[in-house]
Design a protein around this ligand. Structure first.
Ligand code: GLY
Length: 385
């Protein structure tokens, strides 16, 4: 049996990968009339979506980052603007809180190079008439007394907040499970090839959101199994960037504010303070390493001295899927019925609402966001190092 004939107003859509992106795309597509099957051999939402800290940080991640896609900041800003309604609707439909905190957050500098980076972010914000306040350390400590007095300045970012990503995943699973047009299958997507075309029986269109795990997705052809990335899907361009993280038991002398300091971030989450993260190109699996975690905590303690004797509550690691321009692939692949929403790198949680909208627009043939073209999987990519 081959792919069923397309029913354009109510297509049957198969999604490979039930992380935060897969779940959100399923919901958006189902709300607009599609019927959706979500395939994942692992428990939904337990990959990068679970490992993340829930940063919603367009300014810090994309306003002044070297080497990123030139429109990434626009995409991030627009998605951050969708988060309040996205969170509100999810909470209403699931009856669960998702811990959305719109900001502001504080980016701090421990040295001149980081201070220059903060100036670069401020310049981009000002050029777009967006708010951002450069503060000396006394003013920053008036907002967040846990900060070290030895820091050399801060930038208050109104645009940057956070959400409890694990609560978001739980709420999405709850709403998807209840939705009559969504089926969750705890299995790998049963892809097969009919000549040069990929298909899943009983479905009109395919969406792959599996990111770096796409290489593990198998396509059956003449009774043999081949890797999905052998087809022209752009998925072979996605690299892995491992990250290790920890949480500590949160005390009264620990931060209440979301903090950024170069590669370090700290996010208050209930009784814990989440601290991230290492950046390890090529790392795909593995338990957190005790020495790496100790180094991360000790670096965090140079920003917040009271962390020096903090009690570690838990440690974990995850994998960021990254494209060569560190922006996601969103759209149709060279396979006629196949779309991709993958490679969100450090911004998967932030970019969830805009990704779901763009993918639903494109898959259902509706007028797409003008930004969508810039993130098409067949865009020109910088040469890989
Ligand atoms: N979004 C933060 C990180 O990837 O570590």
């Amino acid at each position: 049996m081959t792919c069923a004939a397309a029913n354009s107003s109510h297509p049957r859509i198969a999604i490979a990968g039930a992380g935060i992106i897969g779940l959100s795309c399923a919901l958006e597509l189902a709300r607009r009339g599609a019927s959706v099957t979500l395939f994942d051999p692992n428990p939904p939402g337990r990959g990068a979506s679970w490992a993340a800290a829930g940063m919603i940080a367009p300014a810090f991640e994309a306003a002044s980052e070297e080497g990123v896609h030139p429109r990434l900041f626009d995409l991030c800003l627009e998605s951050a603007g969708l988060w309040p309604d996205f969170a509100e609707q999810l909470e209403r439909e699931s009856g669960q809180s998702v811990g959305y905190a719109p900001g502001p957050s504080l980016a701090v500098a421990a040295d001149e190079a980081t201070a220059k980076h903060l100036d670069g972010i401020l310049e981009t914000l000002q050029a777009r008439a967006l708010p951002g306040d450069r503060l000396d350390i006394a003013a920053a400590r008036a907002i967040e007394p846990a900060l070290s007095p030895d820091l050399c300045g801060a930038l208050r970012l109104q645009t940057d907040g956070h959400v409890n990503n694990r609560a978001v995943v739980s709420a999405l699973i709850c709403v998807c499970e209840r939705h009559p047009a969504i089926t969750l299958e705890n299995a790998a997507a049963p892809l097969h090839s009919t000549g040069s075309t990929l298909a899943i029986d009983g479905h009109d269109l395919l969406l792959v959101t599996a990111g770096w795990q796409s290489a593990a997705l198998k396509v059956s052809e003449h009774g043999k199994q081949f890797s999905l990335v052998n087809w022209e899907t752009a998925l072979d361009e996605i690299d892995t960037f491992g990250g290790q993280m920890l949480s500590v038991e949160r005390r009264a002398d620990h931060p209440d504010t979301t903090l950024r300091a170069g590669p370090i971030y700290m996010v208050p989450r209930g009784r814990e303070l989440v601290i991230g993260a290492t950046m390890e190109p090529g790392r795909t699996t593995g338990m957190p390493n005790t020495d790496d975690i100790a180094a991360l905590l000790s670096r965090a303690a140079t920003i917040v001295p009271s962390l020096a004797d903090a009690r570690i509550a838990s440690t974990w690691s995850g994998v960021r899927p990254g494209t060569p321009d560190l922006a996601p692939f969103l759209g149709r692949t060279r396979q006629p019925n196949m779309f991709v929403a993958a490679g969100h790198y450090r911004n998967g949680i932030l970019l969830t609402p805009i990704t779901a909208r763009i993918i639903a627009d494109l898959m259902l043939g509706e007028t797409a966001n003008p930004l969508a073209d810039a993130f098409a999987p067949n865009r020109k990519l910088p040469a890989q190092a």
